[in-house]
Design a protein around this ligand. Sequence first.
Ligand code: NAD
Length: 227
Amino acid sequence: MKKIVILTGAGISAESGLKTFRDSGGLWEEHRIEDVATFDGWRRNPQMVLNFYNERRKQLLTAQPNAAHKALVRLEQKFDVQIITQNVDDLHERAGSSKVLHLHGELKKVRSTVDDNLVYELNGWELKMGDKCEKGSQLRPHIVWFGEPVPMISLAAKFAEQADIFIVIGTSLNVYPAAGLIEYVPDSASMFLIDPNAHGLPFVKRLEIINEKAGIGTPSLVDRLLQ
Ligand code: NAD
């Protein structure tokens, strides 16, 4: 069975109503990265950080997978499909994809501030000051903040190396090390990039750019690959 590896970013969830980070109207226009997505920001003002992710979580509870998330599930009829997502939402899982690796954490989970291995599912949307892990320390969002290590990156690189087909959807490829994953894809693999604003990728030979929104470009690419 051929292996398809798919790298997704905030753009795939945009049509589900979740804002991207860098587009106009995106999250970084309203919030400073240093305040809400770094450990220093958490140390300075944990309440502000909790509010930011509580708001994201509240939004996620009402969001639904869109045509792009759903189309990727169909690929499993014929291919071994591995999704690597930079997204912290759970829309791939809710659409029904069976293998999803989260590079940057998961919004619906929280973890201990003294032991990274203590990760919990959060009930509902709200994490509060005073909510503690079993070792008595404050819980934080289970998110990889800027400047923190990305524990899943070596596994993701292994998957990229095994790809017969590699598909990139809705990412500006600005955030490293995730963006560097394309360098692990073998030269023999075909690569597709679905993003209305994509221009090209340096050093990638067999690349097809599909300048469409994910909700349009993904189902039609999936149809082609299944034919
Ligand atoms: P980004 O905001 O840097 O880039 C988004 C990309 O999506 C852009 O290239 C844009 O052209 C494209 N895009 C916009 N609308 C689209 C659509 N309808 N269809 C296809 N593409 C579309 O996001 P990024 O590259 O994922 O990196 C930013 C970081 O933000 C990631 O680490 C991610 O964890 C985090 N993030 C996650 C979510 C989420 O979980 N849904 C939302 C916002 C940000």
